[in-house]
Design a protein around this ligand. Structure first.
Ligand SMILES: [Zn+2]
Ligand SMILES: [Zn+2]
Length: 137
């Protein structure tokens, strides 16, 4: 049986999204904007700052980062976020593995809304005061 290629996860929903993105020709600037929107917000902020400081368009920044990786022999060790396998932004609201409530997080692969959920104590102690589930509108 043929093994799927490493990192290649094909979902019907994701295939539909890919079709949407390439329906019409887009410029390099539009392509870069589409891609950087999937970065974690903190990372995106620094990339935009660097782009402005260096007066380089975002698409050149992305290619420049790839070339920097090549210089450092890091092309085979990219940092892949799990949300990208589904074609989703890193900053999307996700459901907590324990309580199932939606929450936002600056950490791209966060699985639990707060430490009471992580330690399985939410049924006795409830969520912590600053639990992000309390901020989802
Ligand atoms: Zn939770
Ligand atoms: Zn919580």
């Amino acid at each position: 049986m043929a093994q799927p290629k490493l990192g290649q996860k094909l979902f019907d929903e994701f295939e539909e999204k890919k079709k949407e993105v390439v329906r019409e020709p887009i410029t390099l600037d539009q392509a870069a904007e589409t891609l950087v929107a999937l970065l974690p917000p903190d990372t995106l902020m620094f990339v935009k700052e660097a782009s402005a400081a260096l007066a380089l368009p975002m698409w050149q920044m992305l290619l420049g980062y790839a070339m920097r990786c090549a210089d450092r022999m890091e092309l085979y060790s990219p940092s892949i976020l799990s949300s990208w396998a589904m074609g989703q932004a890193a900053s999307r609201d996700r459901s907590c593995t324990n309580c199932g409530q939606l929450f936002g997080s600056p950490h791209p692969d966060a699985m639990y809304c707060c430490h009471n959920c992580f330690f399985g104590k939410v049924s006795t102690l409830g969520h912590v005061d600053n639990c992000p589930t309390k901020k989802v509108s």
